[in-house]
Design a protein around this ligand. Structure first.
Ligand code: 3H9
Length: 701
């Protein structure tokens, strides 16, 4: 039974029960209509109260059913809402927890809404590339006015109960017994129906023009936002029923769009990524309250802030007093900037700062549940730190390295507690970027992985689990992508052309601007190390970045890199760099030629996809969706394109294979499609159909 019925004080209480979030699946809707039919036919029932079990009202329509035909006889959500609206008996919604999407739309069709103080309401469909398609765009402006409706629907952000009451979205906030209050309202409230659909709403064309002016262009992920605005405006220009009809048409347009399919893919991929096949859901998780961060550089300080923001106590340890003072000043400066921008209140900043302690004595690590080493990216230095930590830390502490490329097995080699050692690769700036790559060594225990996944949730990071290798999921793909951007420039493209094409594709920042921001010296150092280790013998490493570093152009930090920067940090093409690039082409014997936008896009994206496929083949990534999540939240791949592997599926893998083969003919064997792409393309398959570790399951100890 997905809807429980109970008659109380003359009202039929209908409780949604479809764990975990009471999604409005066909089963729930069938039960709901049956319960309404029964309640209407029963003269003992004077009114209905709608509520949810599982601590939540409803997370909305069941997204898993989108694009599928509902089972025969199952009503659609808009039909159920029309049924509620048409009923002669009043409905009161008792909103406990969350009423999102279709959940709020059902509540808006009720006569009154009573919420618990901790309740939150939202119409977050825009995050799925959709619009509220069950009356939300028509009823919300009637409840809260156009400005609030535009703000809530276009942001998709939750509104807390108190604000929802101020805006007229809920009628009352009840801190006592919510159900009793809803029952009282249902049975002794105004007789007859009070329908939002009967309310007038003002036409305010200038409010809509203003809102539209702020939206992303339709072809850059803004399709849903524009259609949301269109649907809300229809509420102000059309009678209610015609407005609903318009909303439906626009919803169907969005549902069929690639932007929505990609965002829905990202929604599920994000949740799937937290599931690791051989780390069962009941794996014991250590309670992490105190973390020691070793290193107070850019990464260490960013990580400390991310942890403090998540409510944890942090000890930042740095060997030298002056480096520690610099780290402390950096944290204070960053928090002060956040307070100035209104991201945190002064009080919240003070509270966060009070949770971060600074010191030069590593002995403090003895108090930590988890230690994150964020020292220089050199294997020997890291191993030295781990050796010290092993002697200091509690036997049950987890020992993590924030390495971005080094092999976790090499870091753990010789350790007596390799099971406790895990990679926690934060992305810079660590207090801002959403991704946390959890890197699993051959001996890393399930307990360490499960604890790391739980930590990610506590500090609001999106986690993916990668097997250890050079670069893990995200940076390993960055290597061929980065090489390709440089090859393109050696062949004749300008860096600003490559940036323009990739930004047009949807990256917030083109690769060359990103290199300048991250610092060209970082790649320079990694390349020198790899060359010293004798790697990349088969593939030529582009040297443009090295030439720039040799003349002190490290990027934004030195005021110049690929670009030069004016006082507003605007990147400007620089004739000195153009000359350097032309000289580099000449040195390599390359005759420069015009490179089309299409070629730039193709080579950059296909370099990612081919490496991603290889990561699946050797078990670095568990599933294609994890790779997508790493690139969406680590490097800003446009979410409305779903990530590199999803995007490859939309291109079609036969086309991907053919284009890779064509590139191999022209540019060398390293372009040959990964065998996984060959196999999938040959059977007309897609990455999306691969199960976890279907391509290759590594052997763990
Ligand atoms: C809509 O309503 C359309 C209508 O306007 C028009 C229709 C015609 N459906 O996030 P969590 C699953 S569109 C199906 O980890 P939390 C989720 O996949 C909908 N499944 O929990 C996960 O599954 P699993 C508008 C859903 O406590 C599990 O529930 N609504 C749905 O951190 C737990 O999820 C939204 O966009 C769903 N609607 O957060 C709300 N929601 O355990 C989307 C969740 O197998 N949902 N699941 O991995 C959310 O924002 C959060 O899930 C919520 C709970 C805040 C509700």
């Amino acid at each position: 039974m997905a809807v429980h019925r109970s008659l109380r004080d003359g009202a039929l209480v209908l409780e949604l029960d479809n764990p975990p979030v009471n999604a409005l699946s066909p089963d729930v809707l069938v039960d709901l209509v049956a319960a309404i039919d029964a309640g209407e036919a029963d003269s003992a029932v004077r009114a209905f109260v709608l509520a949810g079990r599982n601590g939540i009202f409803s997370g909305g329509a069941d997204i898993r059913w989108f694009g599928k035909a509902p089972p025969p006889g199952a009503p659609l959500l808009p039909d159920v809402i029309a049924r509620i609206e048409a009923s002669p008996k009043p409905f009161v919604a008792a909103i406990e927890g969350t009423a999102f999407g279709g959940g709020l739309e059902i509540a808006l069709a009720c006569d009154r809404r009573i919420a618990s103080p901790r309740a939150k309401v939202a119409l977050p469909e825009i995050n799925l590339g959709l619009l509220p398609g069950a009356g939300g765009t028509q009823r919300l402006p009637r409840a809260a006015g156009n400005a609030a409706a535009l703000r809530i629907i276009l942001s998709g952000a939750p509104v807390k109960a108190a604000e929802a009451q101020q805006l007229g979205i809920v009628d009352a906030v009840e801190s006592g017994d919510l159900l009793a209050a809803a029952l009282a309202s249902a049975t002794s409230g105004p007789a007859g129906r009070t329908r939002l659909s009967e309310r007038a709403v003002a036409a305010e064309p200038e409010a809509f023009a203003q809102a539209r002016a702020q939206l992303a262009p339709i072809d850059k992920g803004g399709l849903a936002a524009h259609r949301c605005a269109d649907a809300i405006e229809a509420a102000t220009t059309l009678p209610f029923e015609a407005g609903l009809q318009r909303e439906r048409e626009l919803f169907m347009e969005l549902l069929a769009s690639e932007q929505s399919k990609s965002r829905i893919h990202a929604f599920f991929a994000q949740r799937e990524a937290a599931k690791v096949p051989d780390v069962p859901a009941d794996t014991p998780v250590a309670a992490v309250r105190t973390v020691c961060v070793v290193g107070a550089g850019t990464m260490g300080t960013g990580i400390a802030m991310a942890l403090a923001n998540g409510g944890l106590t942090v000890h930042v340890v740095e060997a030298a007093e002056d480096a520690l003072a610099r780290g402390r000043a950096l944290i204070e400066k960053n928090y002060a900037a956040s307070a100035r921008k209104g991201r945190f209140t002064e009080a919240a900043v003070a509270e966060r700062l009070s949770r971060i302690h600074f010191g030069t004595d590593l002995a403090v690590a003895a108090h930590a549940d988890l230690v994150i080493e964020a020292v220089f990216e050199e294997l020997d230095i890291k191993r030295e730190v781990f050796a010290k930590l092993e002697a200091i830390c509690r036997p049950d502490a987890i020992l993590a390295s924030n390495t971005s490329t080094l092999d976790i097995d090499a870091i753990a080699a010789g350790s007596s507690r390799a099971g406790d050692i895990v990679g926690l690769h934060f992305f810079s700036p660590a207090n801002v970027m959403k991704l946390l790559e959890i890197v699993r060594g051959t001996h890393t225990s399930a307990h360490a992985i499960a604890t790391s996944l739980a930590l990610a949730k506590t500090i609001a990071k999106i986690a993916v689990v990668a097997r250890t290798c050079d670069g893990f999921i995200a940076n390993r793909m960055l290597a061929p992508y980065g090489r390709e951007t440089m090859y393109l420039v050696e062949e004749g493209a300008a860096p600003q052309d490559v940036d323009r094409v990739m930004e047009r594709f949807g990256f917030p920042m083109g690769p060359f601007r990103m290199y300048d921001l991250a610092g060209l010296d970082v790649g320079w150092r990694i390349r020198k190390r790899r060359l010293a280790e004798g790697r990349f013998a088969t593939l030529r490493e582009p040297e443009i970045g090295d030439r720039l570093c040799e003349i002190g152009r490290f990027g934004q930090k030195t005021g110049a890199g690929i670009y030069r920067y004016d006082e507003n940090r605007t990147p400007l093409p620089d004739p000195q760099v153009e000359a350097l690039i032309v000289a580099e082409s000449a040195r390599l014997g390359i005759t420069r030629r015009p490179v089309s936008d299409e070629e730039i896009l193709n080579r950059c994206i296909l370099a990612l996809v081919n490496e991603g496929a290889k990561e699946l083949e050797d078990g670095t990534a568990i599933r294609p969706g994890d790779i997508d999540i790493a690139w969406l939240y680590g490097f800003g791949f446009p979410v409305y394109r779903g990530g590199p592997m999803h995007y490859a599926d939309t291109l079609g893998l036969a086309r991907v294979r053919d284009e890779l083969n064509a590139l191999a003919e022209r540019h060398g064997e390293h372009w040959r499609p990964a065998p996984l792409i060959e196999q999938l393309a040959a059977r007309g398959g897609r990455f999306a159909e691969l199960q976890a570790y279907e391509a290759k399951a590594p052997a763990w100890t």
